[in-house]
Write a protein that binds this ligand. Structure first.
Ligand SMILES: [Zn+2]
Length: 233
């Protein structure tokens, strides 16, 4: 095999190595994105739950305040009745109002108590959720840090391998490198072995003359069909 072909094969092997490193890096970056998305979704869900709890607390406070207001109103009605400075008709009306207010007060108090109990239950649930969310988030943060370390290491390796590629490329003549680079834009494997008279890139039979030239190995030979560079297996 000619030195030129050997240099080209080394370059081609290096490109395959680079490709697999780049793919691994892309997978790591996708993994990182996935983790961040999951984290963001969970955080949105948690803040929705916190808001729901806050709304429940607000509703509970409002009911309690309503009950307090009504209680003050009822006291006022009672005082007025006790003072007795009203006409019979007015007293009757006031009694009716007092009755309906008391009925409403009972309903309100029941509602306020139910709400308060619900708030307490939800707060307890929320504390548990916050605790497990906190633990989970910490685990995700650790995973993210691990992925980041891997990404950094992978980038460093890629940089070293790219520099190695430049060295390997510089030992291939300029015209052949151009030919190779052109093929590389089209194929992942621009340099392939010839097997039983077939180009292993396109799987087609090549001519006897081509087979012979590849076997001699004195020059760079291309497949007649796909133009990949051939070497003897
Ligand atoms: Zn071919």
């Amino acid at each position: 095999m000619s030195k030129e072909l050997e240099a080209l094969l080394a370059l081609s092997a290096q490109d395959a190595r680079l490709r697999s490193l780049e793919e691994r890096l892309a997978r790591l970056q996708a993994q990182r994105e996935q983790l961040e998305e999951t984290l963001a979704a969970e955080e949105r869900e948690m803040s929705a739950r916190r808001e729901a709890l806050e709304a429940l607390r607000r509703r509970s406070r409002e009911r309690a305040a309503e009950a307090d207001d009504l209680d003050a109103q009822i006291r006022k009605y009672r005082r007025q009745l006790e003072e007795g400075l009203l006409s019979f008709k007015e007293m009757e009306a006031l009694r009716e109002q007092l009755q309906s207010s008391q009925a409403r007060m009972e309903a309100l108090e029941e509602e306020a108590i139910a709400l308060l109990e619900e708030v307490e239950r939800e707060e307890e649930r929320m504390r548990e959720r916050e605790t497990s969310f906190h633990k989970w988030r910490q685990r995700i943060a650790e995973e993210l840090a691990e992925v980041d370390r891997e990404i950094a290491a992978q980038k460093e390796r890629l940089e070293a391998e790219r520099s190695r590629r430049r060295t390997l490329a510089s030992s291939v003549s300029a015209p052949l490198r151009e030919q190779y680079d052109r093929l590389l834009r089209e194929y992942e494997n621009p340099v392939v072995p010839l097997r039983e008279g077939r180009c292993t890139g396109c799987q087609l039979q090549v001519s006897e003359i081509t087979v012979e030239r590849v076997r001699e190995g004195r020059e760079i030979v291309s497949c007649e069909n796909c133009l990949r560079i051939l070497y003897a297996h």
